[in-house]
Write a protein that binds this ligand. Structure first.
Ligand code: AMP
Ligand code: MG
Length: 403
């Protein structure tokens, strides 16, 4: 079994992961999906020069001398509401009442806000001057016809949804979501509605993996628990193959009942069994059964969690055509000195916060591969580099932001 670094394992895996395909969805279903086309605007936004304020459209030169003590009087000749166009052309000495979003009438070159005016019968008194283009939003200042507004590969946020509505898109091409089957393994593992006795524990990995798959954008299919026999494992792996991707947990280490490896060896192609130079995690299986990529993750809950985030999540993102495969990483100032043995890259479940213009990071409690509590309290994974043995309080470290 070869020892391999995290990045090399990820590169090898990603080189074998394919894009699943495109589907069209209504805009209402597009949040969180990965855009599969470049969105190009077919409209100008705003379509016309329009008012940014409720006030009066006028000619800036007419009111250059206006002050509260020496107001300039203009004749109000028309009123323009949003959605309507002025009938006339504005001439010197005139103003038009205008509402926010209404088009600027021809002849006008500024809007004086209502607060700087006083009504005087059919006239207004301008109490302040205005610059040319003041309070005018220019046609196309947000988006111009032909402009690319969102790039292919983007994961769509609420503001992206708004942007697509701005340019009038009701249907949108996105990457298809991968169906991912989850197989937990182990004679000691129980379903949540069973009653544990003695050494038995609940299937936490299966449910955590389902949630991780969902939050990566995939569609989890929970297949339950396989016993530690090749027969049961092979049967359950066989039924897992209807999915686009298979993820199992447990049984990839060196124990006598770690039979996922030997089962996959019999069923799979190009199966790779690695020791990845990381902690938590280390044993990792990757290969294919038929055309379906399969990940054999380690069984310890934190190892399973972290291995998923490092290897499976980027793979699922790739099947959807996402341009950012891995979590965002930030530099953060360590709040206390940390130590480890060199030789493996450690991921520490950590709490990242933003204060006074910088990120700080604190490891979240005990870091064992079975201490899921620390991961549950964390919002980031601190990356303690392979060869490092100590990082001092106050130094900057890279932290992967989760979620
Ligand atoms: P294994 O890799 O199968 O040797 O499992 C390593 C450790 O992870 C053992 O303590 C298992 O009981 C535990 N484990 C394996 N699978 C699960 C699971 N689905 N949920 C919770 N713990 C598990
Ligand atoms: Mg096991």
């Amino acid at each position: 079994m070869s020892m391999i670094q995290v990045q090399e394992a990820l590169d090898t895996i990603l080189s074998k992961i394919k894009f699943k395909g495109v589907e069209k969805v209504p805009l209402s279903q597009a949040l969180g999906r990965v855009l599969a086309e470049d969105v190009v605007s077919r409209v100008n936004n705003p379509p016309l020069d329009n008012s940014a304020m409720d006030g009066y459209a006028l000619i800036a030169e007419d009111i250059q001398s206006a002050t509260p003590e020496n107001p300039v009087k203009l004749e109000v000749v028309e009123e323009i509401a949003a959605g309507y166009t002025a009938k006339g052309i504005l001439k010197p000495g005139q103003a038009m009442r205008i509402m926010t979003g209404a088009p600027i009438p021809s002849g006008a070159n500024a809007v004086l806000m209502q607060e700087d005016t006083q009504k005087d019968g059919n006239n207004i008194l301008c109490l302040d001057k205005a610059d040319v283009e003041e309070n005018i939003r220019l046609a196309g200042e947000d988006v111009k016809i032909g402009e690319e507004v969102i790039k292919k590969g983007t994961t769509l946020s609420p503001a992206h949804i708004g942007m697509m509505a701005v340019v009038g898109r009701s249907q949108i091409a996105v990457g298809q979501r991968p169906i991912v089957s989850i197989l937990s393994t182990g004679d000691e593992i129980l379903e949540l509605d069973e009653t544990p006795e003695g050494p038995q524990i609940f299937n936490s990995n299966g449910h955590m993996l389902a949630a991780q798959i969902k939050s990566a954008g995939g569609l989890p299919v929970y297949l339950g628990i396989a016993k530690d026999t090749e027969k049961d494992l092979m049967e359950k792996f066989e039924s897992a193959l209807k999915a686009d991707v298979v993820v199992s947990s447990g049984g990839v280490s060196v124990g006598d009942y770690d039979l996922v490896k030997s089962s996959l060896q019999k069923m799979g192609q190009d199966m790779l069994f690695w020791k990845v130079a990381m902690k938590p995690g280390k044993p990792l299986a990757f290969g294919r059964i038929g055309d379906t990529p399969i990940f054999g993750l380690p069984g310890n809950p934190v190892s399973s969690f972290v291995s998923f985030e490092q290897f499976v999540r980027p793979s699922l993102r790739k099947t959807m055509g996402c341009s950012d495969l891995s979590h965002k990483t930030v530099q953060a100032k360590l709040t206390r000195t940390i130590h480890k043995k060199p030789g493996r890259l450690h991921f520490l479940s950590s709490i990242v916060s933003w204060a006074d213009g910088e990120y700080t990071v604190t490891p979240a409690g005990e870091q064992g591969s079975g201490i899921l509590k620390s991961a549950a309290n964390a919002n980031g994974l601190l990356i303690f580099p392979l060869e490092a043995a100590e990082i001092k309080q106050g130094q900057e470290v890279a932290v992967q932001l989760l979620g």
